[in-house]
Design a protein around this ligand. Structure first.
Ligand code: GRF
Length: 221
């Protein structure tokens, strides 16, 4: 049985990309990385893809007159790569309804907040400003609502009194994101995680609340 093909969309450092590729390489995610697409040519994530001999492409939003034209080119590339699944990993563009519609149920995103709190930009700074005692990250299906799709898994940690946005972001990334994203993709690739009727389903059960770090399997903790 051929492994499902995963395409990862990036814009930045690529720490989540690296975690996903390592999990694919050591077979914890039963998928193939069919390609990496960045909207920024200078993204370190692209250098990592090149170093790992992965098909990689730059689709600069500056090369397209409209959002619709950009999304059409991105859709064409995803189809050409035979993407079964798409993972947004620090991808800093909002995708249009048509593209989201085509990949609904097959596209995941990771957002560094305890959604539905703090969708959009600067979640760490907003959590600190609000005086929250905990913060974290969420993997969710991508739908037309920005950072609003059905939540799959969420991890939380205590905010330290001396935390600033930078130290908090680093801890959330290391302690939560790099674990929950590979795990979610493993469940998706195995067919244990599905999307239907506007909800996420895990092993046949509708997820009315996201799974937590306690659900992480051996090898993802
Ligand atoms: C991560 O914190 C991710 O949650 C957010 O953007 C950051 C990307 O980091 N969407 P990287 O490119 O994966 O290192």
């Amino acid at each position: 049985m051929t492994r499902p093909r995963l395409v990862v969309l990036v814009s930045g450092r690529g720490r989540n990309l690296r975690a996903l590729v390592e999990a694919i390489r050591d077979r914890r995610i039963p998928a193939a990385c069919a390609g990496v697409i960045s909207n920024r040519a200078e993204a370190p994530a692209l250098a990592y893809a090149r170093a790992m001999d992965l098909p990689h492409f730059v689709l600069s939003h500056r090369a397209f007159a409209t959002r619709a034209a950009y999304d059409a080119a991105l859709t064409a590339r995803l189809r050409a790569l035979g993407a079964d699944f798409v993972a947004l990993a620090g991808f800093m563009r909002v995708l249009g309804d048509e593209l989201v519609g085509e990949f609904e149920g097959r596209m995941l995103n990771i957002h560094p907040s305890l959604l539905p709190k703090y969708p959009g930009l600067d979640p760490h700074r907003r959590a600190l400003a609000a005086g929250d005692v905990e913060h974290g990250a969420t993997v969710h299906f991508v739908t037309r609502e920005l950072d609003g799709g059905p939540r799959v898994i969420q991890g939380a940690l205590k905010i330290h009194p001396q935390d600033d946005a930078e130290t908090l972001a680093a801890r959330v990334l290391e302690e939560i994101e790099l674990k929950i994203y590979p795990q979610a993709l493993a469940w998706l690739a195995r067919g244990e995680l599905r999307y239907g009727a506007g909800a996420a389903w895990f092993r046949g059960r509708r997820l009315d609340a996201p799974l937590s770090m306690e659900h992480l399997e051996e090898g993802f903790r």
